[in-house]
Unconditional design. Sequence first.
Length: 108
Amino acid sequence: MNQIIIDQNFMFDKQYFIYMMTNPSHTVLYTGVTGNLAKRLFEHQNKLVEGFTSRYNCIKLIYYEQTNDVASAIEREKEIKGWTRYKKEMLIQSINPTWMDLSNEVNA
C-alpha cells in the first residue's frame, strides 16, 4: 500500500506583499498587493501595465510589508487605501523617512 505524505507547510511558503509607490516628485501615492513584488515592480517601473501607476509615473517603491496570508494582505491593502494621505505618509515615514526608493531591497 502506498502512503501519501503531505507537507503541512507547503501552504505557508507563499509570501504576499502590500506595497506603496510614488512618482519622482512624491505627489501621487499608489497602494497595491501582489504575490511577486520584484515582478510587479518591474511591470510598474517599465510601464508594462496600463493604469494608474503608468499614467502617474509611479516608479518608486517607498513602502512594503509582507505576510503569508493572502486574505490578510488583501484586507491590509483595503485598509491602507481607505486612509487619508496624511496617515499614509506617517506609515511611510515610520520605516522610510526620506522616501528613498526601496526597489533595490526587493531585487537584491
